[in-house]
Design a protein around this ligand. Structure first.
Ligand SMILES: [Zn+2]
Length: 330
């Protein structure tokens, strides 16, 4: 029988950015949790992992900045990037409130008192989920916030601070080849950047084309990796309007690529912003499509870690999570 282990990020509600139309809220995790717990899941406690696993994936300067800027933040205050010194990257501003834009890829992801602590716990959660599948052939779900797949080696943004899924994939890569399949509506630019020159982690992403979808600067088909990693990054940008059948067709192609790579583990950054009427997306997936996606991913028959990314229709997230993971367990 297939088993699903659930590892939930503790204290995630301390990360609650109010205002500026910020869609990434604590209610998302609560809704997803309600949905997946309607299935037979085994809840596992979060373990603590040393920071060395973060340093393997992220630049030390970014990690130092995220930690120290959070510590210096005044409770309840958000520091948004307001100048982005991309033209003079050799001179990072010394004042941390000015440096937010130096490390961020957009202008809507702020630093605040709890951003480091909550992102750090999300990483522990993803690593716990990864460690659980090392011992036995099963599925685990790191239900976390803040999300992580837009965080690159040296930059954060897109509601993301630390790339939990990439850190979990890197951890697993020490035990065998890993495939990452990002099925959030938005391009997984974070892991593309992080594993760009590596051939032991295959990164695949199905997403809205950057012509119209965040992050707008990456996710093109011709981004295939470099040096040893050339050919080990596969982008599948899809049009603005995509229905369930079209998404499933793309997913089947992605699964073929993964089979050819012969990985030992699968890591799936999952977003439910591919759903019909999601405020951050433009596609039209329904619960039956999530169910089918879950079945297809399980057909790979690989120990798999699912890591939560986007999805913003709070009233429907429980239904989507239940449908997807019912497919995985079917
Ligand atoms: Zn997304």
């Amino acid at each position: 029988m297939r088993r699903l282990l659930l590892v939930e990020a503790p204290d995630h509600e301390k990360h609650h950015v109010r205002g500026r139309g910020y869609q990434e809220s604590p209610r998302r995790q609560m809704a997803l949790s309600r949905g997946v717990r309607q299935l037979e899941v085994e809840v596992r406690p979060v373990k603590s992992f040393p920071e060395k696993f973060l340093y393997r994936v992220h630049d030390k300067k970014l990690l130092d900045f995220l930690r120290s800027s959070s510590e210096q933040s005044i409770a309840g205050k958000y520091e948004y990037p307001f100048m982005i010194p991309v033209h003079r990257p050799q001179h990072p501003p010394k004042d941390w409130t000015l440096a937010v834009g130096y490390y961020c890829i957009d202008t809507f992801t702020p630093i605040h008192r709890e951003s480091w602590n909550t992102a750090r716990k999300a990483v522990d959660c993803a690593l716990t989920a990864a460690a659980e599948i090392l011992g036995e052939h099963c599925y685990s779900y790191a239900l976390v916030r803040p999300p992580g797949h837009h965080s690159e080696r040296s930059y954060f943004g897109g509601y993301c601070y630390l790339n939990s899924a990439a850190i979990a994939a890197d951890y697993l890569s020490q035990h065998g080849r890993v495939a990452m399949l990002d099925i959030d509506y938005h391009h997984g630019n974070g892991q593309q950047d992080i594993f760009w020159e590596r051939n032991d982690v295959l990164t695949v992403s199905i997403h809205g084309h950057p012509d119209f979808a965040y992050p707008y600067f990456s996710g093109y088909k011709n981004e295939i990796g470099a040096s040893k990693g050339k050919g080990f990054n596969i982008n599948m940008p899809l049009p603005e309007s995509v229905n369930g059948a079209e998404f499933i067709a793309a997913l089947k192609i992605a699964i073929k690529h993964i089979k050819q790579f012969k990985p030992k583990f699968l890591v799936v950054p999952i977003g439910f912003d591919t759903a019909r009427n999601d405020p951050s997306g433009s596609w039209a997936l329904d619960p039956a499509d999530f169910n089918e996606s879950g079945k297809l991913l399980a057909s790979l028959n690989l120990p798999t870690v699912f890591v939560q990314e986007g999805g913003y229709q709070i009233g429907r997230l429980a239904k989507y999570a239940k449908a997807f993971f019912a497919g995985v367990l079917a």
